[in-house]
Design a protein around this ligand. Structure first.
Ligand SMILES: Nc1ncnc2c1ncn2[C@@H]1O[C@H](COP(=O)(O)O)[C@@H](O)[C@H]1OP(=O)(O)O
Ligand SMILES: [Mg+2]
Ligand SMILES: [Mg+2]
Ligand SMILES: [Mg+2]
Length: 411
């Protein structure tokens, strides 16, 4: 009787269905396509698969772990940069291209790379900074170590998730140097700008701690911490950073491809998921607000003014450093971000755009270069096939791009 019953259950259609499903999952897993394929299986089929198999698949399906680690790591790094600023210990060096780099840039890069290495040891990292100058400057290295060894999240479980403390100064320098991946079109590559807008950081203006995961050339996760932007998503866009002690400031933006963009107060616990953000509708382009770089050498202020005029925009553009511009338009504080090439030979860096590009697109925007091409993150450390940036709500992109093309082609 018992044997008979067992036999019957083996022929049960539900059992056959589960068996078939398991075979499909195993086959897909072998061809390493599981993560993308499983996402398109109907929900109830996926839920029939045994927990052990789902648990052993890469977490790339939802990027939940990647997002969590990125947010915690960026938050810890942002705390370090704020401490560096307030303790007036910026220890600035000038790099070969004459751009500044500070204790904050190096320290933030070390802490973020440490967190990525501990969680995703085989991923590659394209980071802006490298440690060679620090190996020759012991006192600067000591100063950075002072901040790195004493900055942690105040929640021990979260701190543990991002690898806990770096153990020695040697390990810190090694971590900084692990951002030298050449980038490219294959595999998982993190793009890291530990302080974007270092000049803004130095003058107490806008800056951002930026991290994005690029997989096979496409941005999948993006996180931006903007310690000097207003917490309030509905605060009007302003170049003014508010009061000295930072009351009401500090926001974190994040996005996962296909899941929308969010913002949350930077100071809050990283467990808080935040609220969805959307770009503002622009029914009348003449009422739109532009943001642009503070540095006229990074984006042409003259061309910007001509484009504004062509579109009938009379409102003064708001100038701010860093990817805070992407975050600001994504939450509808501003509407349009243009980056208009000044030097024909400058190649934009992937770490200056990856997180912002995804956050704006997930908030309902469209991001291209000045010729209308999507930003291509698959070509190495730079966006070598792109020139400038045009980031706007989807509905007005064509109109703005037309004005950009007409002004730039008439030069
Ligand atoms: N000639 C240039 N054109 C455009 N961007 C530049 C140029 N030189 C440097 N940058 C980069 O622009 C970013 C700041 O942009 P923004 O002006 O929007 O705040 C910085 O990351 C900066 O790089 P770096 O970090 O090497 O200084
Ligand atoms: Mg930068
Ligand atoms: Mg930087
Ligand atoms: Mg820099």
């Amino acid at each position: 009787m018992v044997a008979n019953r067992t036999q019957t259950s083996f022929h049960h259609p539900r059992f056959i269905l589960i068996l078939l499903l398991l075979l499909i999952i195993l086959a897909l897993n072998r061809s390493s396509l599981l993560s993308s394929r499983l996402a398109i299986l109907p929900q109830h089929f996926a839920s029939l698969a045994p927990a052990t198999i789902l648990a052993s698949t890469p977490s790339t399906m939802s990027y939940r772990k990647e997002l969590r680690v990125a947010k915690l790591a960026v938050q810890r790094a942002a705390i370090l940069t704020q401490r560096v600023f307030h303790e007036k210990a910026k220890g600035t060096l000038s790099k070969d291209d004459k751009s500044p780099v500070t204790v904050g840039d190096f320290g933030a890069q070390a802490l973020i790379i440490h967190a990525i290495r501990r969680n995703f040891p085989t991923d590659e990292i394209v980071g802006e900074e490298e440690a060679s100058s620090l190996r020759e400057d012991k006192s600067l290295a000591d100063q950075i170590w002072g901040f790195v060894s004493s900055t942690s999240l105040n929640d021990p479980a979260s701190e543990e998730q991002i690898g806990g403390p770096i153990r020695s100064q040697r390990e810190m320098l090694q971590a900084i140097d692990e951002g030298q991946s050449p980038g490219g079109s294959r595999g998982r590559i993190w793009a890291l700008d530990p302080i974007d807008g270092t000049k803004g950081f130095l003058r107490g203006g806008q800056y951002a701690v930026c991290l994005a995961l690029i997989e096979d050339g496409h941005v999948k996760v993006g996180v931006l911490a903007c310690p000097n932007l207003p917490v309030d998503d509905s605060a009007p866009l302003s170049a003014d950073v508010g009061d000295e002690n930072g009351e009401g400031r500090g926001v974190m933006f994040s996005a996962v491809l296909g899941s929308g963009a969010k913002s949350r107060p930077l100071g809050r616990g990283a467990l808080e998921t935040g609220q969805p953000i959307l770009m503002r509708d622009v029914p009348d382009i003449t009422q739109a607000t532009f943001c642009e770089s503070v540095e006229a050498g990074h984006s042409s202020h003259g061309d910007q003014a001509e484009i504004a005029k062509k579109l009938g925009i009379t409102r003064q553009s708001v100038r701010m450093d860093s990817q805070a511009k992407y975050g600001s338009i994504a939450r509808g504080a501003g509407d349009l971000y243009l980056r208009l090439p000044v030097r024909a030979d400058y190649q934009e860096k992937i770490w200056d755009h990856a997180a912002g590009d995804l956050i704006v697109r997930e908030a309902g925007g469209h991001v291209t270069d000045v010729e209308g091409r999507r930003l291509d993150f698959s070509l190495g450390r730079t966006l070598k096939e792109n020139k400038g940036v045009v980031a706007t709500p989807k509905a007005v992109h064509e109109q703005v791009l037309e004005a950009v093309k007409s002004v730039l082609s008439s030069k």
